[in-house]
Design a protein around this ligand. Structure first.
Ligand SMILES: [Fe+2]
Length: 302
């Protein structure tokens, strides 16, 4: 199971796409109607889709997996009673699978048979997405649901977040204890720490300072720099998230405390709490499909 892409709807999608290519460092991956696709250097056909819309919202966050994993997922989603529907992707790479709505409206799409593309060169291109984090009214319950309904695993719990993995990367998603449901941020995996630092420099050229960072997190130990994108959401340059073994023991909030005055390993930078919070309110979840029965193969045929 791999996190692949996020699909957003927003006003002025073209301008947002231009920011992501010209300044953030992504490569264009074509447009289909009013939807713009942006890619990184890795094999995924795109990482971000931006569809023109009067309102800003999250259409889906897409994971790719094997056909076998998809079948397991269909059964656990149906058993959990979550709204879901079979889906065929019209986005680059195609593929088919399901889209699921979690308890607080988070829309996760799982595809199999989605095609990859040849990697491209570019030291300032993000390689891929490394995590998409959501705000939750009840992050603990959502973390539990991700384990039960999706087969994900909670990696760590802190005072602020429940970190969740779907492979050996410490987290591909997380649920922030925010008191409301929305997109918290989108993190792009950069090739190395230099690529993160050059990214900060590119944004500094545009008079954009990090809303938080550079720094190094506790859980996952990844390097980060968060920015508030001109088109609304919080986006992050990140690199070097920890790999964890299958039997990784989840930490509890009391295992992840900081010395007075610190909220990351380096302590280099201030955090714009108010600015980040306002940006996190902008992209809510919106389901534009009706739940349908999933075409679950019987155990005997599987
Ligand atoms: Fe992050």
């Amino acid at each position: 199971m791999k996190l692949r892409s996020i699909e957003l709807a927003l006003p002025h999608a073209r301008e947002a796409a231009a920011f992501l290519t010209d300044i953030w460092g992504m490569a264009p991956a074509g447009a289909e109607g009013d939807t713009h696709y942006l890619r990184g250097s890795g094999g995924f056909p795109y990482l971000v889709a931006l569809a023109e819309s009067a309102d800003a919202y999250v259409r889906s966050t897409t994971f790719v997996c094997s056909a076998e994993r998809l079948e397991t997922l269909k059964r656990s989603v149906a058993a959990a009673g979550l709204p879901a529907t079979p889906t065929v992707s019209q986005d680059p790479g195609g593929g088919h699978g399901i889209i699921v709505e979690l308890a607080e409206g988070e829309l996760l799409r799982f595809l199999t048979d989605a095609q990859d593309v040849a990697p491209i060169e570019g030291r300032d291109l993000p390689v891929k997405l490394t995590h998409v984090v959501f705000n939750s009214a009840d992050a603990e319950a959502t973390g539990d649901l991700a384990e039960r309904a999706l087969g994900f695993r909670v990696s760590d719990r802190t005072k602020g977040m429940v970190f969740v993995r779907c492979n050996d990367s410490h987290h591909s998603t997380a649920f922030a204890r925010a008191g409301f449901a929305s997109l918290n941020h989108i993190a792009f995996e950069m090739a190395d720490m230099d690529a993160v630092m050059r990214g900060i420099g590119r944004l500094r050229d545009q008079n954009m300072a990090p809303a938080w960072g550079p720094g190094r997190h506790g859980p996952g130990a990844n390097v980060f720099a968060y920015f508030i994108a001109p088109f609304g959401p919080v986006i992050e340059f990140s690199t070097a998230v920890e790999k964890v073994p299958d039997d990784y023991q989840p930490g509890a909030p009391e295992d992840w405390t900081w010395p007075e005055g610190r909220i990351d390993q380096w302590g280099m930078s201030d955090k714009d709490f108010a600015g980040l919070r306002a940006a996190e309110e902008k992209f809510r979840h919106r389901r534009d499909w009706e739940p349908q029965p999933l075409d679950i193969l019987s155990e005997e045929n599987h």
